[in-house]
Design a protein around this ligand. Structure first.
Ligand SMILES: [Zn+2]
Length: 357
């Protein structure tokens, strides 16, 4: 039985950041600095109104408004100008770390400005180096004082890398977002590379050190193939350029591959020249299970979906590098290809046999 995996091309598109966005992003910073360097005694009015410090006339501070035709009697240096500005009192992405190709994080935003019911807003996601591209969310006019959940533009994909998201807002008078230390209107996002099955020619594999059998799930659970089966190649079999990292369960094409335990689907993917159609399940035991070579498009679960024990995942097939219908099954007690040193597969046969009973 052959099931050698090669790392697939990442489906993430790499795009070059657009230069005009750079200018837009940088646009805010000098203005803020200008205000801070105004050299003034900042005074804040009680009552929650967000006010800009006002400079005495001699300072020539940029924050001083022009006299307003005598109405209100505000003069340079004589009083505070009651000027508000929008502020992003809440802005974050959750979770702040996602895996490329999985669900995009939610964006939570609340804009406030006393006495102003609506402001115009947009969010710009800016890659900090790497292959990411700029994404702009133009929110148009939004209500202040309420929690917003802006949607990502349709079809948005994020390349692995680090990003910063910045809110831009302006009120009807054209006053721009105030960035305070505790409400900077800025949030960070990390997109981790998606794990993939290994290349077909990895370094000659040291037989992965099996972890203690005590971490196995034991007899509780259901055999992952719902029907008659036999065993093919076992764990650690020499495949010339690598060692077999799982056990091949031979069964008729089309039999259901089921969740041995309850858990959450981590990945569903197709790797044409390797694992074929596969599913990665995070078991309630903490282990990850890897099911490969399923019939193309037979997967009936989605990433992040919770499944119960025995729930169908896909159907036994022979997609990818496979010469006959079988389930290639791997057991990763510390998570599937997390990159951590202890993320290694162990011989799943004892577990499979325990589930047979
Ligand atoms: Zn195999």
């Amino acid at each position: 039985m052959t099931c050698r995996f090669r790392a697939p091309k990442l489906r993430i598109r790499a795009e070059v950041p657009r230069p005009e966005a750079t200018a837009a992003e940088r646009g805010d910073m000098p203005r803020i600095r200008q205000r801070t360097l105004g050299g003034l005694a900042a005074t804040w009015v009680a009552g929650g109104a967000l006010l800009t410090p006002v400079a005495p006339a001699s300072a020539g501070g940029a924050a001083v408004p022009p006299p307003s035709g005598g109405v209100g009697g505000i003069e340079y240096g004589s009083a505070l100008a009651p000027r508000g500005r929008p502020v992003a009192s809440r802005f974050r992405v959750a979770p702040a770390r996602v895996v490329a190709g999985s669900a995009l994080p939610r964006i939570l935003l609340r804009l406030d400005e006393a006495g102003v019911p609506q402001v115009r807003a947009r969010i710009v996601l800016w890659p900090l180096g790497g292959r990411g591209r700029v994404v702009k969310l133009d929110l148009g006019r939004v209500r202040t004082g309420m929690l917003l959940r802006p949607a990502w533009p349709k079809g948005t994909t994020l390349a692995p890398g680090r990003y910063v998201l910045r809110v831009h807002a302006s009120d009807p008078a054209g006053r721009k977002l105030l960035r305070k230390a505790r409400a900077p209107g800025r949030s960070r996002l990390t997109v981790a590379a998606r794990p993939t099955p290994p290349p077909a020619t990895p370094a000659p594999a040291p037989a992965p050190a099996p972890l203690a059998p005590a971490i196995l799930a034991g007899a509780a659970g259901t055999f992952p193939v719902a029907g008659p089966h036999t065993y093919g190649d076992g764990f650690g079999v020499d495949r010339g350029d690598h060692r077999h990292q799982g056990v091949d369960v031979l069964a008729a094409e089309g039999l259901a591959v089921v969740a041995p335990t309850a858990g959450v689907v981590r990945f569903t993917e197709f790797q044409a020249d390797g694992a074929g159609e596969y599913v990665v399940l995070r078991s309630v035991t903490g282990s990850d299970y890897f099911f490969a070579h399923c019939i193309r498009s037979s997967t009936v679960v989605a990433e992040s979906q919770a499944v119960r024990e025995g729930q169908p995942l896909c159907a036994v097939g022979s997609t990818g590098r496979s010469s006959a219908p079988h389930l290639h099954f791997e057991l990763w007690p510390r998570g599937w290809r997390t990159g951590a040193g202890n993320s290694v597969p162990v011989d799943p046969l004892p577990q499979l046999l325990a589930w047979e009973r």
